[in-house]
Design a binder for this molecule. Structure first.
Ligand SMILES: *[C@@H]1O[C@H](CO)[C@@H](O)[C@H](O)[C@H]1NC(C)=O
Length: 130
């Protein structure tokens, strides 16, 4: 029984690779967001951010001052997978603090944390959208 147990551990180490278990690595961007995102209220916009590392990093969006973004349903939706979505919106709900603002992407794992360049977001009102 003990022998079988040791055998299983050995097979596990071989198949996982010692590197995979012990070689932790800080996050780095695979897709760093662009410096600007412009969109119209009738189309909406989205911006992606992806990072890798070991363990897998969490990717999040923050405001210019580093504070976490609140979800504003139908207006500003961080998806949790690194994508930040600004759905199409009616002119009346334009919000300067959301639609003309600076955002940053942050990737964090147990080793550390990295912050993207500033992303300047600018929404133009092109028509009443119904
Ligand atoms: C994240 O999720 C959203 C909504 O489900 C999807 O549209 C988007 O493509 C995803 N982003 C990535 C990078 O997979």
């Amino acid at each position: 029984m003990i022998r079988l147990g040791l055998f299983c551990v050995a097979v596990f180490l071989l198949s996982e690779g010692v590197d995979g278990l012990f070689d932790t690595q800080g996050p780095s961007f695979v897709v760093e967001p662009p410096p600007r995102l412009e969109f119209t209220n009738s189309r909406g916009g989205r911006v992606d951010c992806q990072a890798e590392g070991n363990p897998d990093p969490m990717v999040d969006w923050v405001a210019a001052d580093g504070s976490p973004l609140s979800v504003i349903p139908g207006v500003r939706m961080p998806m949790g997978n690194g994508t930040l979505i600004f759905p199409p919106f009616q002119a009346e709900i334009y919000r300067q603090d959301v639609h003309a603002a600076v955002y940053k992407c942050v990737a964090t794992n147990a080793v550390g944390s990295i912050v993207s360049r500033d992303v300047v977001v600018k929404a133009e009102i092109n028509q009443a959208w119904i």
